[in-house]
Design a protein around this ligand. Structure first.
Ligand code: UDX
Length: 434
């Protein structure tokens, strides 16, 4: 069985390398020819811990190959994992044009039976549209099946998540498709849940939206903490010790970002509304998340009053640690606002600076990227922490204090114990605690 992977973004690339690690023969393609060229030379175009090593391993075994030719990849494959993007449109619904394009290409190149597996996060009922599109455009009598096998990997731990899944959801409509996917994932037999396709599609959207809801909930509680003597870290601990609630995803901060949560909660809201279901719960969670940036900037203004020409060090640009991904990162909006108010912004991130330079090119003295966090904090009137990289937790605070013009920290990720950091002489503002 040869597996084709269409789209080599985070999900596609990790899936390709992961399936090769499981021993399958994989051929991957992407419409970005430069990406394919890099991959052919053994270069991984993204930063994801562990991916490069695993890629070299499966590449050396000859289990993975790449082609810029989508039609060739389709013809060569028996099973096709569709991993192309479904970005949000202006009204929040998912833009399905890349999926449709792939479906049409599959129809044109349907040279034998193929199983087409939706890996990208897609709205419930997408399989119906893929099927209809292929049937409309196919030129042969060859048959095909559709399946949904949503991906749950997290950036930063994607390789680990792929190889140690909590569950593998397989949405199918017949035994042939089920058996193929059971064979592909035979190493993880006890983790497999077989459902119908609509259910599998909804499990993915529901899981991401539920986690986003959990984060917005704790952020709402943080707002209450800030008006009382309650401490959000202890509230989260106290709630999380109840196994029905669980301790994960109760970290208050500047809100969720990334390529999934913000997009998926909007897409599910839209799907529900189209189906006539009242989706106020999710709309509210999204609103709470968007408001995190305003509340954080309010803290910055409370500490600095006028921002114009103040030196502000910003540590952390990626939407979470251990990735270079800045999609929907809170840093984007925060830096945008600092720029608007003509602050002098000094940036540092261990991995995401190259990506950020594409959005905010260097413009001294208003926006400067620094090679180390210590360079970034030099002469700063305040330091903002936007991502919880370990490097920031471990920084030499006394050195930081001596380098800064004013030792003020506004921490969007609650990295430090307020009483301890204040003892060192910092003015310290954090989220949901005093
Ligand atoms: C998420 C899902 O976890 C994963 O299963 C799915 O496949 C893709 O979307 P990812 O976007 O990589 O993964 O990151 P995740 O670790 O879930 O964090 C998402 C966002 O939530 C980040 O911006 C993070 O900072 C934020 N977050 C997370 C919080 O603000 N508080 C928390 O307690 C947890």
């Amino acid at each position: 069985m040869k597996i084709g992977i269409i789209g080599t973004g985070y999900v596609g690339l990790v899936t390709a390398v992961g399936l090769a690690e499981l021993g399958h023969q994989v051929i991957a393609t992407d419409k970005d020819i430069n990406k394919i060229k890099k991959l052919e030379q053994g270069i991984i175009p993204i930063y994801e811990p562990g991916l490069e090593e695993l890629f070299s391993k499966v590449r050396a075994k000859g289990l993975i190959s790449f082609t810029p030719d989508l039609s060739a990849a389709i013809r060569a494959a028996d099973v096709i994992f569709v991993c192309v993007g479904t970005p949000p449109t202006a009204d929040g619904s998912a833009d399905m044009s890349q999926i449709e394009e792939v479906a049409r290409k599959i129809a044109e190149n349907l040279n034998n039976y193929k199983l087409i597996v939706e890996k990208s996060t897609v709205p419930v009922k997408t399989s119906y549209w893929i099927k209809r599109t292929i049937n409309l455009y196919k030129k042969t009598e060859a048959i095909f099946d559709i399946a949904s096998n949503p991906e749950f990997l997290r950036e930063g731990t994607a390789v680990h998540d792929f190889l140690n899944p909590d569950r593998i959801i397989i949405g199918v409509e017949n035994e042939r498709a089920r058996d193929i996917l059971l064979k592909i994932y035979e190493n993880f037999q006890d983790k497999i849940l077989v459902t119908n396709i609509d259910t599998a599609e909804l499990i993915k959207h529901a899981s991401n939206s539920f986690l986003a809801l959990k984060i917005s909930f704790i952020n709402l509680m943080a707002n209450i903490c800030e008006k009382t003597e309650a401490d959000i870290e202890q509230v989260a601990l106290g709630m999380g010790l109840d196994p029905r609630i669980g301790r994960e995803f109760l970290r208050a901060g500047i809100g969720y970002g990334g390529s999934c949560f913000p997009k998926d909660i909007k897409a599910l809201t839209k799907i529900g509304e189209e189906l006539g279901v009242e989706m106020g719960l999710l709309r509210e969670a999204d609103k709470i998340n968007q408001d995190r940036i305003r509340l954080f900037l309010e803290k910055v203004r409370r500490a600095l009053w006028v921002l114009k020409e103040k030196r502000i060090a910003v540590l952390g640009l990626s939407f979470k640690p251990n990735t270079d991904d800045i999609r929907e990162a809170p840093s984007l909006k925060i830096i945008g606002e600092l720029r608007r108010e003509v602050a002098l912004v000094q940036l540092y991130d261990p991995k995401a600076m190259d990506n950020m330079k594409q959005v905010f090119p260097e413009e001294p003295p208003y926006l400067v990227y620094h090679p180390t966090l210590y360079d970034a904090v030099k002469d700063a009137n305040a330091l903002l922490i936007l991502t919880e990289w370990d490097e920031f937790r471990q920084m030499d605070l006394l050195r930081i204090k001596n380098l800064m013009a004013n030792p003020i920290i506004i921490d969007g990720r609650n990295l430090f114990e307020p009483s301890e950091i204040r003892k060192l002489g910092f003015e310290y503002y954090c989220i949901g605690r005093r």
